[in-house]
Design a protein around this ligand. Structure first.
Ligand code: SF4
Length: 243
């Protein structure tokens, strides 16, 4: 074999080895809601707990499963409870024993609808953020979209659900609801723009958010909503959504 052919042969071997290593490396398993952990071996899962509202029976079940499989537990910023340290071969059994739906913690979809206590519990609340937030959760949680999307619903301007850094944020005011778009707290943080200053009631908010989500689904772009709002400018975006 000539020197040149030997070099080409060695390069080919290197490429094949790299490919085979990449194929054998574990990854997130989106269909099981399983997030690969730092040890590159075990997984974390997060059952869906809409708005972080749960009950003691559900918490006991989560604790029982965590104890049985020796898992660690962490509260997440998406108002969920994450179970950490699951072996790949135990993922299905753990989900079966939990008997709960997965939270959309990974994948290109509506990840979470963060909901503050609003007028249901909070003395500062001026609108019922739990009612609106749970309706949004029922409609959109886990819906597949061109990129990930987060929502936040706050019951007053204090904005405890961080509505200003959500792709779609809603904030209650004395007059109704303010709708914000294009927020993002990630690598390129962006404060949301106000799309609608006053939407009178839940139905109006739901109708407008439906238009935003439908427009985004059909946008043909795979970037976060905020990038599109930034490119178009909020006036043009408002024209697109509200006509
Ligand atoms: S946003 Fe307002 S209503 Fe909601 S928890 Fe914070 S202070 Fe209370």
């Amino acid at each position: 074999m000539s020197l040149m052919s030997l070099k080409s042969f060695m390069s080919l071997i290197k490429v094949l080895c790299a490919q085979s290593m990449e194929e054998s490396m574990k990854k997130d398993i989106v269909t099981k809601g399983a997030i690969l952990q730092r040890d590159r071996e075990t997984y974390a899962i997060a059952p869906h707990i809409p708005g972080g509202l749960t009950d003691t029976a559900t918490l006991r079940k989560i604790c029982d499963v965590a104890d049985k499989y020796g898992l660690e537990v962490k509260l997440t910023s998406a108002q969920r409870i994450m179970l950490i340290g699951i072996k790949e071969e135990e993922l299905d059994t753990v989900w079966t024993e939990l008997a709960q739906k997965p939270g959309a913690a990974i994948g290109l979809c509506v990840r979470s609808i963060k909901i503050c206590p609003g007028t249901t519990y909070c003395k500062r609340g001026v609108q019922d953020s739990i009612s609106l937030g749970l309706k949004l959760d029922a409609r959109y949680h886990a819906m597949e979209l061109p990129n990930k999307m987060k929502m936040g619903v706050s019951g007053c301007m204090v904005s405890c659900a961080e509505s200003g850094v959500k792709d779609i944020g809603v904030v209650a005011t004395a007059k109704g609801w303010r709708i914000l778009v294009g927020g993002n707290a990630g690598a390129r943080p962006r404060l949301a723009d106000t799309l609608v200053d006053v939407a009178a009631d839940e139905d109006q908010v739901l109708a407008i958010i439906d238009k935003i989500v439908t427009w985004y689904r059909n946008s043909g772009r795979e970037v976060r909503l905020g990038r599109l709002v930034e490119e178009m400018g909020i006036e043009k975006f408002r024209q697109e959504i509200l006509g």
